[in-house]
Design a protein around this ligand. Structure first.
Ligand SMILES: [Zn+2]
Length: 386
């Protein structure tokens, strides 16, 4: 007699599954040990802890505290130790290595060049140092048997007035490691329309950009990012849920904006653990990703800030598998969505999907056909036939 059961991927399978990451901040993903070493080497005395393990805990707790001041303080520390060429290259190399070891095959990592000028680097020197680091990380990953490609997104800060300058920088380096542009920072009080000149410039240059919108702030922010600024993707976008009505009998009604987002296949860069920390969602079970997945929005799964959230791509998926009983098919769906939404050229995205992602999931799915069982019915207890 045989029975068919739906098996959920194990944590080991989740780790080996090919994954694609579109929303991850370079200054939010440092190794705690690297922060300690860079602080010492660069004479930065502001760290709250000098033991790497305690420092890692401090970052997670500060991000969990619900206090915006403490949350922002975490980035003050990471940016403080990322002010030299060597430090930036090291952080970028380790980022690529860590992601590759976690099974990420393609990543777009974002950072704000304007936050790394305190010790005299120019914007161009910042971009080139990070590029060098990513190439070094890709090489080291390959030497360890992993394959990863990493592109950069250049971020402008919403509260600052350098968006056009950073957009021009992104355009200048678009064939040299930079694949797009982003704006980040506090949403309330700083609508994306403040930076219309930057977005209009990028559109005229046929370039790509994503906008942090619909995380802390609701539908107006998403609407502006799409209909005024012309964003290709939305960073978070979880508040799109506010335009979806679910009645008691389970009937679902999409508003005009939610319909537009779904109809136009606008990619949403979901970051579940980060949303829990900032209060954008109350729990994994209540995270809008569950409903949006059922409604077939173009969803992607991301880490946002691996250090502050103590997370990895595998950990994000492990939470989703546990909460929503997602299978390898679901994981592949999220991963293909992300690859379709990447900013590299179409032919390269297609090759990643067909030659890397789908074969990777096919291998994992076929493993149940080759179970590693003992030669007797109960070999470990010794109660089987001798
Ligand atoms: Zn973000």
């Amino acid at each position: 007699m045989t029975s068919e059961t739906i098996t959920l991927p194990t944590s080991e399978q989740i780790a080996r599954a090919p994954k694609v990451l579109l929303h991850d901040h370079l200054d939010g993903g440092l190794r705690p040990g690297t922060i300690v070493e860079l602080a010492r080497a660069n004479g930065y005395g502001g760290l709250p802890e000098s033991d790497p393990e305690k420092l890692g805990t401090w970052f997670r707790e500060a991000a969990d505290s619900g206090s915006l001041e403490r949350y922002l303080e975490t980035f003050a520390h990471t940016c403080a130790v990322m002010q030299t060429r060597d430090a930036l290259a090291r952080v970028a190399a380790e980022c690529a290595e860590d992601l590759a070891a976690d099974g990420v095959v393609y990543a777009e990592i974002r950072y704000a060049p304007e936050q790394h000028l305190e010790k005299g680097l120019t914007l161009e020197e910042v971009v080139e140092a990070v590029n060098d680091g990513f190439r070094e990380g890709e090489r080291r990953a390959r030497a360890n048997g992993h394959r990863i490609r990493v592109g950069s997104l250049l971020t402008a800060m919403r509260h600052a007035a350098r968006a056009l300058e950073i957009a021009e920088l992104a355009n200048r380096y678009r064939d040299f490691g930079v694949v797009g542009f982003d704006i980040a920072g506090a949403e309330a009080g700083y609508p994306p329309t403040r930076h219309l000149d930057a977005f209009e410039y990028l559109k005229r240059e046929n370039n790509h950009f994503t906008i942090h919108a619909g995380e802390a702030f609701g539908l107006p922010s998403i609407w502006q990012a799409l209909q005024w600024c012309g964003a290709d993707r939305l960073g978070h976008g979880v508040r799109i849920i506010d335009d979806i009505e679910v009645s008691d009998d389970g009937e679902v009604k999409l508003g005009r904006l939610a319909s537009y987002v779904r109809d136009k296949r606008i990619p949403l860069e979901m970051c579940p653990s980060s949303n829990l920390q900032t209060g954008a969602a109350p729990s994994y079970a209540e995270h809008p990703i569950g409903l949006l997945r059922r409604l077939q929005f173009r969803l992607t799964v991301n880490t946002d800030n691996r250090l502050m959230s103590g997370t990895t791509m595998s950990r994000e998926f492990a939470h989703l598998v546990k909460t929503f009983r997602y299978t390898l098919d679901d994981m592949q769906w999220f991963t293909v969505n992300a690859m379709k939404s990447a900013f590299i050229p179409f032919d390269e995205r297609l090759a990643m999907i067909n030659d890397v992602i789908k074969p990777g999931y096919a291998t994992l799915r076929s493993e149940w056909l080759f179970p590693q069982t003992g030669s007797t019915p109960s070999a470990t207890t010794g109660s089987g036939p001798a």
